[in-house]
Write a protein that binds this ligand. Structure first.
Ligand code: HEM
Length: 136
């Protein structure tokens, strides 16, 4: 194996590096930017590090109601979630590979599906396409 081959996510610090990179330029994103224009990343990032640390290491550091934050956002559609997931997966894949990285991406897809379903904007063909990608 080459020394610079990606390793798996192993610590809260690793999770922090993903969350940091994911949000760094998000206010400039052409699809998602407007939703993050007024977000205080100083307080948002630690919350998200807790959330993803809980997911990846199956610990209980995050206590919250993640859907509620999204129910309050106007005009969210499937295209926003597709963009969010593409950005998220690219950010993870650029840095890590392995079971924990896979778990993080899989949970993101599941949660995005649940959010879209609750918001009434779930595109069934998109779900089928992603399911096929996972099983083929
Ligand atoms: C269309 C895509 C999305 C947009 C535009 C979006 C936007 C936002 C915004 C604006 C907030 C509130 C930030 C704040 O007030 O501090 C937030 C919070 C959050 N988001 Fe998202 N989000 C999206 C998708 C997702 C997905 C797919 C997940 C999980 C897999 C997620 C996880 C969270 C969590 C955990 C919080 C913190 C909730 C809390 O306050 O405890 N988001 N998001």
């Amino acid at each position: 194996m080459r020394d610079d081959a990606p390793t798996d996510i192993q610590s809260r610090n690793d999770v922090h590096s993903i969350v940091d990179a994911f949000y760094r330029d998000i206010a400039d994103d052409p699809v998602l930017g407007s939703y993050f224009a007024d977000i205080d990343l100083e307080s948002h990032v630690p919350k998200l590090v807790d959330f993803w640390t809980s997911v990846v290491f199956q610990s209980a550091t995050y206590r919250g109601q993640p859907f509620e934050a999204h129910a309050a956002l106007d005009g969210l559609e499937g295209r926003h979630f597709r963009r969010w997931l593409d950005r998220f997966e690219t950010t993870v894949d650029a840095r890590f590979a392995g079971t924990n990285a896979d778990r993080m991406k899989q949970r993101a897809r599941q949660i995005a599906t649940i959010f879209q379903s609750k918001l009434g904007v779930l595109d069934e063909t998109d779900v089928a396409r992603r399911f096929q990608q996972r099983t083929s």
